[in-house]
Unconditional design. Structure first.
Length: 137
């Protein structure tokens, strides 16, 4: 199963504080463990919401809002994409992440083709497969 591990923002990440060399070293070692175990598919940090935009849909068309966005605890500072055997395994790995006090991770399973049921027609499945092949291309 694939899961997204969401790194929740905090006051430091929203202030634009980037990790120290020591923090980067610890995260690099952790990421090496994830890769060696065949779990990590992707992972990135995100700039503070002050550098972002939100697009709201409805009414007269899309409306663009500039950051920063509040509340801080609802924001995302980074993510990993993992391939694990179970949600329990993802929680086990996430619990080892080198975050200190104030760090919060959220683990969420990705939706799979089977979750869509009959709405995911054979034609839509073929389209999805074609797009995935183009991305891997």
């Amino acid at each position: 199963m694939k899961v997204m591990v969401i790194v929740k923002a905090n006051a430091d990440s929203e202030a634009g504080r980037l990790p120290s060399e020591q923090e980067l070293t610890a995260m690099g070692a952790y990421n090496e463990q994830l890769v060696a175990a065949g779990i990590m598919l992707a992972g990135e940090g995100l700039h503070a919401t002050a550098r972002g935009r939100r697009i709201h849909f409805g009414g007269a068309g899309p409306q663009v809002e500039s950051g920063p966005f509040a509340p801080v605890a609802d924001q995302i500072a980074g993510f990993w994409l993992w391939n694990v055997r179970s949600l329990d395994e993802a929680v086990e790995w996430a619990s080892r992440a080198p975050f200190g006090s104030g760090g919060t991770l959220e683990v969420r399973p990705l939706i799979s083709a089977e979750d869509f049921g009959e709405a995911f027609t054979p034609e839509l499945q073929q389209q999805e497969q074609r797009l995935r092949e183009l991305l891997e291309g």
